[in-house]
Design a binder for this molecule. Structure first.
Ligand code: NIG
Ligand code: FE
Length: 406
């Protein structure tokens, strides 16, 4: 056993119990052996058993809060080009759908991504991963979906795989060939291409964990989405669904029917939809940054929680929702979606790990869990949502190694 790190004298160390409640230890320490949490408790006893001077990394966390690293379970962080002008257009009153109908939005990012070389795409993604890590994210899901053809979708997934090898943040790859209907194509015809051509190729490349679809009015309807997800499942990928983001068309129930790992967005889900998710054990992933950027009404997290759902939150980082910060999503979750800071923290760690089908102890900082943690430059975890618009993260450990210092 190697004593990888001891984080000591923290004002608090926050873990997540098996029942989803926070475990808050005051004046506490975390000892890490072989990259896993060996002990959490009061600094005195922990440092007597695991002396910091014997550790590869000793981190003095005096006055600081230590929390599980964030898991961001929904991003489109791999792309080329810039769409800041669309932010301005939306402020002048243009809608997301109008921009897309004019060939902007996703379709514009598709053109830029197809033109970009692999090294450029890799550099772009690594840059965003650096920003995420500096904001406390230790695991992130990244979707393809700006290729919309077999060659570029495969290129995207291979760049995601290389970024995962190269960067301390763990990157979970999702195939999303059904992210939009390519310009000049018919949706049914394109779904056939995704099912008959893209999915078999992606499966033979063997690196995508999930298969996602934009089940939305004017994009892919429920039956088209079902075809894509069933083909993905048959090829070994677990379904995820972008559901009821702009309109209510039945994507939430589809997620329940196909046994998706998560259903995401859910701005227009009904109580019946929510019950179906809970019944089928599908994690609702709420994305308040998207509602913020669109100027749309937020999902009401309370309705989900009261129905018994273990809600996760994510950034949805993409050119239309330009924030890599889970902390900012947590602020919005509290102020706009009715969550408590404790619920937002569980949503951004343990429940987010669940949305990615990671082992149960991921994102918990319990004894035996991977030692992925963030040290905040603040005395309590409440500062994550409370200090809105400011990065509360001072240092980050991944598998017990210090991978970021502010
Ligand atoms: O989750 N809704 C579809 N996909 C993204 C937006 C992608 C884009 O606009 O580039 C989302 O919001
Ligand atoms: Fe998305």
């Amino acid at each position: 056993m190697t004593l990888t790190a001891v984080v000591h004298d923290a004002a608090e160390v926050v873990t997540v119990h098996e029942d989803g409640e926070l475990g808050v230890y005051e004046e506490a320490a975390v000892a890490i052996e072989d990259g896993e949490v060996a002990r959490v408790g009061s600094t005195g006893p922990v440092t007597r058993e695991f002396p910091p001077e014997n550790a590869a990394h000793a981190v003095d966390a005096s006055g600081k809060s230590v929390i599980p690293g964030f898991v961001d379970p929904h991003t489109h962080a791999l792309f080329a080009g810039d769409r800041s002008d669309e932010f301005e257009a939306k402020l002048r009153g243009k809608t997301y759908q109008e921009i897309l109908a004019e060939g902007g939005g996703i379709l514009r990012t598709v053109r830029a991504t197809r033109e970009a070389g692999d090294e450029q795409l890799l550099a772009n993604l690594l840059g965003h991963l650096d920003t995420m890590l500096a904001h406390g994210t230790t695991t992130v899901e990244v979707k393809s979906g700006y290729g919309l053809d077999t060659e570029t979708e495969l290129r995207m997934l291979s760049v995601i795989d290389r970024a995962n090898d190269r960067h301390p943040v763990d990157v979970v790859p999702t195939f999303m060939g059904a992210h939009a209907v390519p310009e000049g194509r018919d949706a049914d015809d394109y779904v056939d291409e995704v099912v008959d051509e893209q999915i078999p190729e992606v499966a033979s490349q063997g690196i995508a964990r999930f298969c996602d679809v934009f089940c939305e009015e004017g994009v892919f309807d429920v039956e088209q989405s079902r075809q894509v997800l069933e083909a993905g499942t048959a090829a070994g990928m677990t379904p995820k669904v972008h559901a009821e983001e702009l309109a209510h068309i039945g994507g939430t129930k589809l997620a329940a029917e196909v046994g998706a790992a998560s259903a995401d967005h859910l701005l227009h889900s009904t109580e019946e939809d929510i019950d179906a998710l809970v019944e089928a054990d599908v994690v609702p992933v709420l994305l308040p940054g998207t509602a913020f950027g669109l100027g749309a009404a937020y999902a009401d997290a309370r309705t989900f929680i009261d129905a018994g759902a273990d809600v996760a939150i994510a950034t949805d980082f993409n050119p239309n929702c330009y924030s890599q910060s889970v902390g900012f999503a947590a602020s919005l979750s509290c102020v706009e979606m009715g969550m408590t800071p404790a619920e937002a923290l569980v949503a951004a760690t343990t429940n987010a790990a669940d949305a990615l089908d990671l082992p149960d102890d991921h994102g918990t900082l319990r004894e035996g869990a991977p030692a992925d943690l963030a040290v905040l430059d603040a005395p309590t975890h409440v500062h994550v949502p409370y200090n809105f618009g400011v990065n509360a993260v001072d240092a980050v450990l991944k598998d017990g190694e210090v991978v970021h210092r502010g």
